[in-house]
Design a protein around this ligand. Sequence first.
Ligand code: HEC
Ligand code: HEC
Ligand code: HEC
Length: 273
Amino acid sequence: MVINAKILIPVFIAILGIYMMPAILATFYSPHTIESSSDARDLKCISCHDYIAREFNSSDESRRVLDKHAAAANNINYTTFLKYGYHYNISEGRIYTTKNTSTWDLGASADPASYIYWEPSLGWWIDNRAGTMQLASVNLENNGIQGIQLEEICLFCHSSDILGVSTHTSVSVTGCTDIKCHGNSSGTGYGKEFYTTVMTGYNLSSNNVHARWFKAMGNTSSPYNYTVHGDSHVSSDYLTCIGCHTYTRVSLNITSPEKYMHNDFNTAKIRYQ
Ligand code: HEC
Ligand code: HEC
Ligand code: HEC
């Protein structure tokens, strides 16, 4: 049989084209398809940070921690409080705020004239602070499926909007010891109307065998060197929580306390520290 080159060459080019075209398209197509994003909620965190979602799902225990935070993220009263609130009065249906953001975390009283309130007919929190009515609810639900899933949970802890930090990507990091979360050496968390573990950071810094470790970390500056909620600096104390509650590697330099002389009646009585 005589092979006709006139037929073979176009067939060869067609076959080559079928194989090469997807690669060529993949190389040249996507960079020009710019997605505009006005909100961190448009970002698909898990497409890039899949490993984080897998870590959360790696055991029943880690899944439990994720579920607890997902429940908190699904509570609009709490997410709204996280962004604006200083004190939540459930019987009045008000989240008290403070006009002066520099007093956020300094134990100053909430301003009785400055609050947001729940409007049942709208099912929203309303902001009356500057005399201008506006909707104030912070709702992390974004994908149309009821409840909190996937990236919605990421933004519970990472939303710059909630933390009051200005960034290009609208994503920031704060620690577990944020005053709106589990609290720190200088104060219990403010969210006691929502859950009991607001005391964790405070308890860890006082009256506790691990207090020295926790407080030493609090005196170290954080890799995330900025202030959240107007005035609270992110310190490294939260790494202590991560040290105990994850499999992350911890490098400790433990200084032993002075020995207690059990056989000497006159030795000053002290607690174990
Ligand atoms: C297109 C990929 C991509 C998407 C989508 C994405 N990220 Fe990232 N993210 C990155 C890369 C790459 C880095 C590492 C940057 C670096 O090393 O400085 C990063 C870093 C981070 C960090 C660490 C910042 C630091 O200083 O350590 C956080 C937190 C984070 N991303 C959260 C998120 C969250 C939450 C979302 C979704 C709302 C998201 N990212 C969406 C690619 C992405
Ligand atoms: C319960 C709060 C919480 C949730 C939920 C959460 N993060 Fe984080 N994330 C943190 C904290 C705290 C850090 C800082 C950890 C550190 O300093 O080592 C962090 C660090 C990161 C980092 C940087 C460090 C790294 O390991 O790469 C990325 C990226 C990140 N988170 C992405 C995500 C994504 C994506 C999700 C959702 C799947 C998510 N986070 C959900 C609290 C959270
Ligand atoms: C020295 C190790 C250690 C450190 C540091 C530590 N934890 Fe814990 N945590 C534990 C242990 C152990 C338990 C279980 C205690 C119990 O059941 O009484 C626990 C329990 C908890 C619980 C309750 C869990 C539940 O299901 O009710 C929360 C929430 C918690 N820790 C958060 C934190 C936070 C936030 C920090 C940092 C401020 C922190 N932990 C620091 C060891 C630690």
